[in-house]
Write a protein that binds this ligand. Structure first.
Ligand code: SF4
Length: 289
């Protein structure tokens, strides 16, 4: 992968954000495991052709910096494991995971450096999967796990907005994460390894709607002279049935796959993506010939 510098950032900054871990066949991290198998397979295949701009890597690097700082302020002891990497062989693949913080009383903590909106609906499903895979690695090394938690540190928290009770009340929130049974976690681990191996061997595995972070098409009931929607509907017929005044009208808000649009480094090489774009183009032509 080549890092570009389109915004002409100073060289030390570009150098600091340029460290990127190259994926390797037969070796897979927990973070890669929870990502779509197709995405990793395309990364393996097209790594040398990929580019990313330094300016798009700033936040990821800030997160790494905070991890480093937290590591320096916590000493690994008999009681703690800090930034500790564990590995396990699963169906011929080496699975690795680096834990932020584990206490011998069985509490596993993971730090996340995120926008406030990332946790507005609570713990993301992929975080639950990630922590439960770490828990499984710990169990395989005979460490007990009793609790999982995420410490979310908000990079865009605003004190002014905290007057709203639905907004996080401080810059840091601690979330409890559901702990799966050992059987459930082991089954999930084996299934993810199987899917990634399959994709790696060239078998086409489509990314699911959940993996693409799909947002479905919505129909907004609007009123002339007002900017925001009165109400959003999943079905066009329902929105049309809600038009009760001459000033009302329905606006279609097309759905999108947010990960494909903005957060997938291999989208230019993805057949599923190009087929979806072609289908969307055809639909658009039908609607606006
Ligand atoms: S572009 Fe979308 S569908 Fe293709 S690999 Fe990336 S996330 Fe999956």
């Amino acid at each position: 992968m080549r890092i570009t510098n389109l915004t002409r950032l100073p060289e030390p900054l570009v150098s600091a954000v340029s460290q990127k871990r190259e994926p390797r066949p037969g070796q897979i991290s927990v973070t890669e495991l929870i990502n779509p198998p197709q995405m990793r397979a395309l990364m393996l295949k097209h790594w040398a052709e990929l580019t990313e701009d330094a300016s798009d890597r700033i936040w990821a690097t800030m997160g790494q910096l905070m991890h480093k700082l937290l590591e320096e302020h916590a000493r690994e002891s008999d009681e703690h494991l800090i930034e500790h990497t564990l590995s396990s062989e699963v169906e011929g693949v080496t699975v690795t995971g680096t834990l932020d913080l584990y206490h011998r009383d069985g509490v596993l903590t993971d730090y996340k450096f995120v926008s406030v909106w990332t946790t507005i609906d609570g713990v993301k499903r992929e975080w639950e999967q990630q922590l439960n895979l770490y828990a499984e690695l710990l169990r395989r090394h005979e460490y007990p796990v009793n609790r999982l938690q995420i410490v979310a540190i908000y990079r865009d928290w605003s004190k002014t907005r905290a007057q709203d009770a639905s907004y996080p009340q401080s810059q840091v929130s601690v979330f409890e994460v559901p702990l799966w049974s050992g059987d459930e976690a082991a089954k999930f681990l084996e299934e993810r390894v199987r899917l990634h191996r399959q994709a790696e061997s060239g078998e086409f595995i489509e990314c699911t709607a959940e993996e693409r972070w799909e947002r479905s098409t919505k129909y907004a009931l609007m009123k002339r002279g007002r900017k925001s929607a009165i109400k959003l509907f999943d079905k066009l017929e329902e929105a049309e049935a809600a038009v009760t005044e001459s000033s009302h009208y329905v606006e279609t808000r097309p759905g999108s796959s947010i990960r494909c649009d903005s957060y997938c480094a291999v989208s230019a090489f993805c057949q599923q993506r190009s087929l979806a774009l072609n289908a969307a183009g055809m639909k658009e032509e039908e609607l606006n010939p």
